[in-house]
Design a protein around this ligand. Structure first.
Ligand SMILES: *Cc1c(COP(=O)(O)O)cnc(C)c1O
Length: 383
C-alpha cells in the first residue's frame, strides 16, 4: 500500500508573489490570493536544513534518490527510471578559445529519456504512485511530454500529454512509443498548457506542469548537487542555462542555495539565463518593460514560452546570484549548435545551444576572463 507522506523536512510552501504560507500538502498547486489580480502565485517549498543535513549523502553515494533528504517524496517502492548522475564533461577547446579558466558541460542529454526534464518527471511519478493516482498529465513542447511518458511507462501509470500544434512528428512518435495518449492542441505551447490544466482538473489526473506543481523544481535542483559533487565540493563561477518557463534555471539556483544552507559550500555561482530573441518575455520583464508578442517564432521550440509561469522564481534566483538574463538570435543559436559539435563533440538541440551562444556573447564583452563556467545541456532532440 503506498504511503502518501511528504518528507517531514518539507516545512511549508511559500507563495513567491505574496509570501503567504500554505501547508505542505500533495494537493497544493498555486496561490490565488486576491492581491495577485489573477496571476497565479508560485509556491516554493521551505526546508528544515538541520534535519536534511543529518541525512545528507556521502560523496560516494549514487542514484537520484540519494538526495531524498531534500526531495518532497520518498523513493517509490518499486524502481522507476533513475534520472541524473549525468557526466560533467570538460570542454577545454572551447574554454581556450573563449578565454575561460575552465568550461564544463553538465550533460543532461544522457538522462533516461534524453533531457533534463527527467529530474522533474521522477518526482511527479513518485508522487502519483505515493498518492494512488493512476494517471499523470503534462503540457509540453516535447521534452517534458516525452519524459513523463517514459517515466509513466516505467511505473505502469497512464499518461496524457498536451503538445502544441507545431510539435514535430518525431516528438509525437517518441510519446506514442512510450504508450502515452497524445492531445495535439490547436495552438501554441501556452494554449496546450491551459488545455492540460483544465483536463487534469476535470479528470483527477496528477499534473506534472512544472511551474504550477510546487514539487517538481525540487527534482530539477539535484543537477546543482551533482555539479558541486563533481567539482569536489567547489562551485563554478557561472552556470548558464536556456530559459523558457524559468523552472530549470530557477531550480538550479535553489539547488545551489540549498547547498549553501546545508553548509556544503560557502557561495553560489552567478546564474545566467538565455532566451531566444523572438520569444524573450523574461528579458523584457527584467528590464522592467512589458513584452510585446509580435508573433515572431524561433527555431528553439523548447524555450518558446510566451507567458513564462515561473518568472518570479527565475528572476529572483538570477538577482540573488548577481547573474543576468539576455537573448540571442536564431543565427547565433545555429552557430553555437555547430560550435558545440565541432569544438566539443557535443550534440545539443537549438534551445540548449542558447547556453553557448550566450557564453560567446559574454566572452566577447570580456566579462568572463579566467572564469570557471558550466553550461547545462538540457536536451538534444532537434526534430
Ligand atoms: C524545458 C527546456 C528548457 C527550459 O526549461 P524551463 O523550465 O522551461 O525554463 C531548456 N532547454 C530544453 C531542451 C528544454 O526542454
Amino acid at each position: 500500500m503506498p504511503s502518501a507522506e511528504l518528507n517531514p523536512a518539507l516545512l511549508d510552501l511559500r507563495c513567491l508573489a505574496c509570501g503567504a504560507i500554505h501547508p505542505a500538502s500533495f494537493d497544493a498547486s498555486t496561490c490565488v490570493a486576491p492581491s495577485h489580480r489573477g496571476e497565479r502565485g508560485i509556491l516554493d517549498a521551505t526546508w528544515d536544513y538541520d534535519r536534511a543535513r543529518r541525512a545528507w549523502p556521502a560523496p560516494t553515494a549514487r542514484g537520484f534518490w540519494r538526495w531524498k533528504p531534500l526531495l518532497p517524496v520518498a523513493p517509490p517502492a518499486e524502481a522507476i527510471l533513475d534520472p541524473g548522475d549525468t557526466p560533467l564533461v570538460a570542454a577545454p577547446r572551447l574554454a581556450r578559445r573563449l578565454g575561460l579558466k575552465a568550461l564544463w558541460l553538465k550533460d543532461d542529454t544522457r538522462n533516461p529519456t534524453r533531457s533534463f526534464k527527467d529530474r522533474a518527471s521522477a518526482v511527479a511519478t513518485a508522487i502519483a504512485l505515493a498518492t494512488g493516482r493512476g494517471t499523470v498529465a503534462c503540457a509540453s513542447a516535447g521534452n517534458a511530454a516525452i519524459s513523463l511518458a517514459g517515466f509513466a511507462a516505467s511505473a505502469g501509470l497512464a499518461c496524457e500529454v498536451f503538445v502544441p500544434s507545431y510539435a514535430t512528428a518525431e516528438r509525437r512518435a517518441w510519446i506514442e512509443r512510450f504508450g502515452a495518449r497524445l492531445h495535439v492542441s490547436g495552438g501554441n505551447y501556452d494554449v496546450a498548457f491551459e488545455e492540460c490544466e483544465v483536463a487534469a482538473r476535470a479528470n483527477g489526473w496528477y499534473n506534472r506542469n512544472c511551474a504550477y506543481n510546487p514539487f517538481l523544481v525540487e527534482g530539477k535542483k539535484t543537477a546543482s548537487y551533482e555539479i558541486c559533487e563533481q567539482l569536489d565540493r567547489q562551485i563554478p563561477d557561472v552556470v548558464i542555462c536556456a530559459v523558457g518557463d524559468g523552472c530549470t534555471l530557477g531550480a538550479i539556483g535553489k539547488g545551489f542555495r540549498d547547498l549553501r544552507a546545508l553548509g556544503v559550500t560557502g557561495a553560489i555561482p552567478a546564474l545566467v539565463g538565455v532566451q531566444a530573441e523572438a520569444v524573450s518575455p523574461l528579458v523584457a520583464r527584467r528590464r522592467g518593460d512589458g513584452w510585446i508578442d509580435d508573433g515572431r517564432e524561433t527555431i528553439a521550440a523548447s524555450i518558446a514560452v510566451r507567458r513564462p509561469r515561473n518568472a518570479v522564481r527565475v528572476l529572483r534566483e538570477i538577482d540573488e546570484s548577481n547573474g543576468a538574463i539576455f537573448a540571442v538570435s536564431d543565427d547565433a543559436l545555429r552557430a553555437a549548435q555547430q560550435a558545440f559539435a565541432r569544438e566539443a563533440g557535443a550534440v545539443v538541440e537549438t534551445a540548449t545551444a542558447a547556453t553557448l551562444a550566450g557564453l560567446e556573447q559574454l566572452a566577447a564583452d570580456g566579462q568572463l576572463r579566467g572564469a570557471r563556467v558550466v553550461l547545462v545541456l538540457t536536451g538534444a532532440r532537434d526534430a
